[in-house]
Design a protein around this ligand. Structure first.
Ligand code: ATP
Ligand code: MG
Length: 403
């Protein structure tokens, strides 16, 4: 088969391919971008595979960066673009079901394509558009089938992450597993326990964001892969109730994870420990925690001013999650509520700690934080004007009452 026209992203890379070939080596487009071109999907990264070894690529191009030279990848910079160029390789020396710590560079395209995960990811495209399809990937693409290249048992033993990648392609593409491939996942799911959480997180998050996540989550549960993901061992039922939600695509990773956390029955306080196991950034954890807190409030009732004050712009994200629960959104109300807030942070309060210390001639202590929080709430709830005199009067009354 031959592509009649190369996508613009491939055309732009042709001079780079030509230079490699002029030096006596082979070069092909490979990986996800080829799959996506054949599916008519937009492409993001253009991957080029070559028979040249990394040092040979570096000798051809004046501007390169060693982005992953131990895996054979060199980044080649041109005036317009940059391309990851990876030497053909095999990954024969697998240690313990993880990514091999040693790769061997080879000169054969077929060897390189053989180590790829699924037939639909194992194409190579020549500069003239000819598609090299050694594993009948075109047939599988047409039939929307995910089939491991070669023996699925061996392939999942070599790298168990491939099972999660398969599930994420189910979610992104709406494909179904070929029977033996599915059976091999079912049988080998426990090997996922050997895979680093960070690698699983990337694939699982892509799964959550896919158009066909319902099917993918159901297979994630049916194959028991979930049992070997952090914190999910007891959560089969929660995952299935997540799968059963309306199928709209999630706008962001945080949105998807927040709804998932909710369906898993986690409360706000448990989000931190749960996501810590997934080794996400502090920022990601904090955002999900806030969103979950807001979501659980908003499912009960409209936002109060204090809730809006705490959530700020995140209130709009929470609002966008309501349709998953069959609830109507009221974005205009939320926006109006946010705009109507008298202050948006403690720094906008009409008095500060220093004012209070001076006024009450007391030593700093826990009382100071409490008074500020009390005044902040009074202003947000419009029970007090945000000005010094009424705020100090309110603080006086508060302290008196507290004794
Ligand atoms: P995406 O469109 O999300 O980038 P992709 O298929 O391109 O999907 P990448 O992680 O970019 O995924 O990998 C590029 C290619 O490398 C894949 O298409 C596949 O051929 C191969 N590949 C990636 N990860 C593995 C793996 N764990 N085992 C075997 N082959 C892999
Ligand atoms: Mg890719």
């Amino acid at each position: 088969m031959k592509l009649r026209t190369l996508p613009i992203e491939f055309q732009q890379a042709l001079p780079v391919m030509a230079q490699i070939q002029a030096s006596g080596y082979e070069a092909y487009f490979v990986g996800g971008s080829v799959r996506d071109v054949l599916l008519g999907h937009p492409i993001h990264d253009v991957d080029i595979a070559t028979s040249a070894f990394p040092a040979e690529i570096k000798a051809i191009f004046p501007r390169t960066v060693d982005v992953g030279i131990e895996h054979g990848t060199v980044l080649v910079l041109t005036d317009e673009e940059q391309y990851e160029i990876t030497t053909f390789r095999t990954e024969s020396t697998y240690q313990d079901f993880r990514r091999p710590d040693h790769v061997s560079f080879v000169r054969s395209l077929a060897e390189d394509l053989k180590r790829r995960d699924f037939t639909i990811n194992a194409f190579a495209v020549q500069e003239d558009g000819t598609v090299i399809d050694l594993f009948e990937g075109l047939v599988d693409l047409e039939a929307k089938i995910l089939r491991a290249v070669g023996n699925p048992h061996e392939r999942f033993h070599e790298d168990a992450l491939r099972m999660m990648r398969g599930l994420r392609f189910v979610s992104q593409l709406g494909f179904t597993f070929e029977n033996e491939t599915f059976a091999a996942i079912l049988e080998n799911h426990a090997l996922l326990g050997k895979i680093s959480v960070e690698r699983i997180f990337i694939e699982f998050t892509k799964l959550l964001l896919g158009d066909y996540r319902k099917d993918a989550i159901e297979k994630f549960v049916a194959t028991e892969c979930y049992q070997y993901c952090p914190g999910l061992r007891e959560k089969g039922a929660g995952l299935l109730s997540f799968a059963a939600l309306p199928t709209e695509v999630f706008a962001t990773e945080e949105a998807a994870w927040t709804v998932l956390l909710d369906q898993l029955g986690l409360s706000e306080e448990l989000v931190g420990p749960f996501l810590r196991q997934w080794k996400v950034s502090n920022e990601f954890r904090r955002t999900c925690r806030e969103l979950l807190w807001g979501l659980q409030k908003r499912k009960q009732a409209s936002f109060t001013p204090m809730e809006l004050y705490r959530l700020q712009e995140k209130a709009l994200v929470v609002e966008s999650l309501l349709p998953y629960y069959g609830l109507k959104t009221h974005f205009a109300n939320v926006k109006a509520g946010l705009e109507a807030l008298p202050i948006h942070s403690l720094s906008e309060l009409g008095v500060n700690g220093h004012d209070l210390l001076q006024h009450f001639q007391k030593k700093p202590g826990i009382w100071l934080k409490e008074v500020l929080a009390y005044l902040e709430q009074a202003v947000v709830e419009k029970n007090c004007q945000n000005e010094k005199v009424p705020l100090l009067a309110l603080a006086t009354a508060y302290l008196k009452e507290q004794g």
